[in-house]
Write a protein that binds this ligand. Structure first.
Ligand code: FMN
Length: 153
């Protein structure tokens, strides 16, 4: 069983719904999950064993939503000690934008630059694809969960 904190970035609620669905699926699999809609650096540093799952949309021109941008600024300015920290990424965008997925990619880069270790490949949800994001999320979460460490706190 892992403890997982989902860090949400959302403007109009889609990423929030996907985060709630991911939380529900992970809880069904026996994990302890919290969903954080206003993440600050302290929330990450409190429990170093906790696995982080970023679930963010893109806004503006490849920008992070206002409720996740402050964390990005803290990560890239304060260089917190999160080397080795396990995390995953759900990146919601729209391929009709030339800046498709760039905000989620920036978050991924910020974690990687600090030495955090991503579990699996990101789930990229494209609003222009016509695909229903919910079954894609359920399938991805089921696979992602198999890669979690057995005994993460
Ligand atoms: C004003 C606006 C700007 C957007 N900019 C981007 C962008 O730069 N890159 C991208 O991949 N998607 C972009 N999107 C698409 C959203 O990320 C996508 O629709 C997402 O599912 C919205 O999730 P949310 O409701 O949680 O914010 C934009 C959407 C809007 C409305």
């Amino acid at each position: 069983m892992s403890h997982i904190q989902i860090l949400v970035g959302s403007v109009t609620g889609t990423a929030e719904r996907i985060a709630d669905l991911a939380a529900e699926r992970l809880q069904t699999l026996g994990h302890q999950v919290t969903v954080n809609r206003f993440a600050q650096l302290d929330d990450l540093l409190r429990s170093p064993e906790e696995v982080l799952l970023i679930c963010t949309s893109n806004t503006g021109s490849g920008d992070l939503p206002d409720n996740l941008q402050p964390l990005y600024v803290q990560l890239t300015r304060e260089f917190p000690p999160i080397a080795g920290r396990l995390y995953g990424l759900i990146n919601l965008g729209d391929s009709s934008y030339t800046t498709f997925g760039e905000a989620g990619q920036a978050m991924d880069d910020a974690f990687a630059d600090l030495g955090a270790q991503r579990i699996g490949e990101p789930l990229v949800l494209d609003a222009s694809s016509g695909d229903d994001p919910e079954p894609l999320t359920e399938d991805w979460v089921a696979n992602w969960a198999t890669q979690l460490p057995e005994d993460a706190a």
